[in-house]
Ligand binder design. Structure first.
Ligand code: MN
Length: 244
């Protein structure tokens, strides 16, 4: 039996009948900017929910605020590749992590590091949210299969630990769909929402919505309404998606 089998790698949420559901791209320690984007959208923490494609920490100045955010009952992130460094802090390549923005973590006392690890190991690899018009899937980088059902099966009942690791890493790291301009989409979902690759504007490839508009860098946070699949702020057709 796999040692992490008790951890839920796929979390499912029933439709929100009280308010709105939004998804947001990579945050990277910029929670003040994120709150400003929520305020601008009139986000109501008593009724609305915010789903996140992960990469909550590294690079930005407010990484330690993630604890406060993880305790908000309306905030539901999946695990990004940077969050996964926290999960593996005692075994990962620290030099590589620091190069990629992990310096905030390295100086923390061991007990604090372990506290972060426990909280981050609770983050699912995939989230699915029911909406009136169908199921929405959320992963950090990509669904590496033609169908969502296969991803769910591979995450929930992996044939081996090695296979699980490969699948999880694809979910957290892959850029092949956006780099290839692959419009095949993912079967079994109304829409898949991902981040990981910063874009000037959200890009929709088939039913896959790429929403990391680099609010953590010099871009802006995009809030994708999961019921309408409309973005706040709206997609500007005058601008290209590419960052360069
Ligand atoms: Mn990422």
């Amino acid at each position: 039996m796999l040692e992490t089998i008790e951890v839920s790698r796929v979390k499912r949420f029933a439709a929100n009948t009280a308010g709105r559901d939004f998804a947001v791209g990579d945050i990277h320690g910029h929670f003040t900017r994120l709150q400003a984007a929520l305020d601008a959208a009139g986000f109501d923490p008593a009724a609305d929910r915010l789903f996140s494609v992960g990469d909550l920490v590294d690079r930005g100045p407010e990484c330690e605020d993630v604890i406060k955010w993880l305790n908000k009952p309306w905030f539901h992130p999946v695990r990004g590749n940077h969050d996964d460094y926290v999960c593996r802090f005692d075994t990962c390549d620290i030099g590589n992590w620091m190069y990629n923005g992990g310096t905030w973590f390295v100086g923390l006392p061991l007990t604090e590091q372990q506290n972060y690890q426990v909280m981050f190991q609770d983050l699912p690899i995939a989230i699915e949210v029911e909406t009136a018009k169908g199921l929405i899937g959320i992963v950090h980088a990509d669904c590496p299969f033609q169908s969502w059902g296969q991803l769910r099966a591979e995450l929930e009942s992996p044939e081996s630990g090695k296979r699980l690791k490969q699948v999880q890493n694809s979910c957290m790291w892959s850029r092949s769909r956006i780099q290839d301009g692959d419009t095949c989409g993912v079967e079994g979902l109304r829409a898949l929402v991902v981040g990981h690759t910063p874009l000037r504007q959200p890009a929709v490839l088939g039913n896959v919505h790429h929403i990391d508009t680099a609010g953590w860098m010099d871009g802006h946070f995009t809030l994708l309404n999961l019921a309408t699949l409309e973005c706040i702020p709206p997609i500007n057709p005058e601008l290209s998606h590419d960052w360069d």
